[in-house]
Write a protein that binds this ligand. Sequence first.
Ligand SMILES: [Zn+2]
Ligand SMILES: [Zn+2]
Length: 407
Amino acid sequence: PYASFALPYPIRVDCFTCTAHLPAPYNAPALHLLTHSHADHTLGLSSKSFAARVVCSPNTKEMLLRHESFLERAKKDAGEVATRTFAHLKVEGGAFSRDLLYAVPLNTPTEFELSSTETVTITLIDANHCPGAAMFLVEGPRGTILHTGDVRAEHWLLKSLTRNPFLQSYIPDTEEDLHVLIARGGQTASLTKTLNAIYLDTACMLRGTVVPTKENAVKGLVELIALFEKDTYFFINSWTWGYEDVLKGIARAFQCQIHVDRYKHAVYTHISDPFLRALVTRDATSTRFHACERFERCSFVDVPSFDFKNDLAPRSIEGKKVVYVNPVTMGCAQWEDYRMDVRRRLVMGKDVDRLLVPLERHSPLPELLNFVSLFRPLRVIPNTLVPALGGLDWTAMNVMFKECIAP
Ligand SMILES: [Zn+2]
Ligand SMILES: [Zn+2]
């Protein structure tokens, strides 16, 4: 809603399309913010005519500048000249030299001038969604807003937010001890402040089930992998950024690297995550764990096409048994049943050629309720709406979050 503006400020988040048709001051956004590099958040940014400054995290900047579409990747792998999607955002040397991506490290309040009379302070905070993903805290004369971008607000993240000095002012008192309340007397809350609004990741808001933590999902997967013969190969379908915890969990548990394609390798070795950098390899022969390009798998995990509904996967080109690991959405109870079932089949000596892992990159409703309750803002605004629902989801949201906002 609001043409992606983080009202009351003329700041536009995760949308870079033309705004000339909007009334002033929204026809010319004072500032653009980018929460992370997923394609649904970079609309308009690949346009060569886009020429405004964009604030993002250092890792998002790195990922964006290295971004190649699938076609561009294929061209480059074939030795042809390929262009990078966002190359125009940073041009080095010559009269046209420019760098539109303004990287701000996490937890580092930074001032930005919106106009000659208005300055805001912006702080980026880890969003536990994918490498580089950040929430934006915007503080200024018109109040404070928190924009989550895409977020997986797991319990540990909420704990870390309560310890974040830049957010502590916005976490209200939840004291219930009678003696404390009496000792406080008639003092109303004046030291802590209230967020004017939280712009919330609503991608999974209509999902009411509790989903496994990333840690639990990865642990369960690793335990299942351990039950296979030691010469089994695994193809991990990490088809988009955000499944790195699966790669890390497997690498740590089996103490071996994971084969990735040229593009993933270039990105993972240039962002600030030493373990991720250490666990990827381009040597396909060195490991039985692979996360190479799914449409262009290496010969160790590339299996001839087969009827996956009725048949078991044939051996790969190199003659290896390959198990396909796919991230899915699954509730906690379902995950427990699934693990038991796979375990039983493996113990009985049945052939298993695929595994599921419930690694969720967005918070479902129960986690969102806890997240909003932590701050009790004045309002909660959806980052995205389902067009087909004609605003019903926003109406429902106001009801669902009624108990979580400021009284
Ligand atoms: Zn995303
Ligand atoms: Zn591979």
